[in-house]
Design a protein around this ligand. Structure first.
Ligand code: SD4
Length: 299
């Protein structure tokens, strides 16, 4: 069955998309594929983007957000501010499949995961501890540090979209959120309509970058609705980002990115600033694309 997968950011996105495709190649469903892609990246301690060994909050604790949404029936599962359990995306899938709820939060999400057989774990690897100590020593140097070059940026979220013929889509995201965040802060990634959205009638969209701004814009839902009005995926992403640039001055302080995958397989992406790197896998053929920022200058 014809399949397209998208994954955000250069370094972690590559790991995720390769793992997702490997799952597909052995007959996995689209849901399995996206979960696998994100789970493998979360469990990789060398990737500081998501999951084990990612960037902690101000107290030196890693808090994870994740969501997965199925375009078949708009069913969704999510966790936020989850501590000490990986992969968060697999816990989110359990919320989707084994509860009548959409989201579980914090300590209760952790308890739910442990009841479902996940193993509690210290997520702070030596690399993450070192990053935290560096930040504590010189917070100004690391505050809001967002690298805009394609070569350096490894992102701190992976958002994935998946499509299969004739018209089925899934959206999923996993993140440790913004590094050095206020404890308890939740970003756009686990929020249906903000970080992910999927509806087989139209298509899927996802977001990455500055979560507060993306959430205020209801960026993923907005982008799917733009496609519902007839825009192609690229035009829909650009419309959302331009709307943000016009209405939300802060959206040019850091990248605000949306990506979309229409129910017919058409895809696109746009960012407010910086260069946004996207992995695309079409029936196993990997391609790396770059999208330039739409704002002429940083705010
Ligand atoms: C957040 N949107 O928690 C996430 C961060 C992100 O690449 O996407 N970073 O705000």
């Amino acid at each position: 069955m014809s399949t397209t997968l998208l994954a955000t950011w250069k370094e972690p996105g590559k790991v995720a998309i390769e793992a997702a495709w490997a799952k597909r190649a052995t007959g996995g469903s689209l849901l399995d594929c996206l979960e696998q892609g994100l789970a493998v990246a979360e469990l990789d301690p060398t990737l500081m983007a998501i999951g084990l060994g990612s960037l902690p909050n101000r107290d030196g604790e890693i808090e994870l957000d994740a969501a997965i949404m199925d375009g078949t029936d708009l069913n969704a599962g999510a966790v936020c501010a989850l501590r000490g359990v990986v992969p968060a995306i697999s816990v989110a899938r359990k919320v989707l499949e084994e509860t009548p709820h959409v989201m579980l939060a914090g300590e209760q999400a952790r308890r739910f995961a442990l009841q479902r057989g996940f193993t509690p774990q210290n997520l702070m690897t030596p690399q993450a501890i070192e990053a935290y100590e560096n930040w504590k020593r010189e917070p100004a140097k690391y505050e809001r540090k967002y690298v805009h070059s394609l070569e350096e940026h490894y992102g701190d979220t992976i958002t994935m979209l998946g499509w299969e013929a004739p018209r089925h889509v899934i959206a999923a995201s996993a993140t440790s959120g913004l590094g050095w965040k206020t404890p308890g802060r939740v970003g756009d990634s686990p929020i249906v309509g903000a970080g992910v959205y999927a509806d087989d009638e139209i298509g899927a969209a996802g977001a990455t970058g500055w979560g507060e701004e993306l959430w205020k814009a209801a960026a993923s839902f907005r982008t799917v609705e733009a496609m519902r009005r007839g825009l192609d995926a690229q035009a829909a992403c650009e419309e959302t980002v331009r709307h943000m640039i016009r209405r939300q001055p802060r959206s040019t302080w850091m990248p605000c990115v949306v990506l979309a995958l229409r129910a017919d397989g058409d895809f696109g992406a746009a960012t407010s600033v910086g260069e946004f790197p996207l992995w695309v896998c079409r029936d196993g053929a990997m391609e790396f694309r770059s999208y330039p920022g739409l704002a002429a200058e940083y705010g």
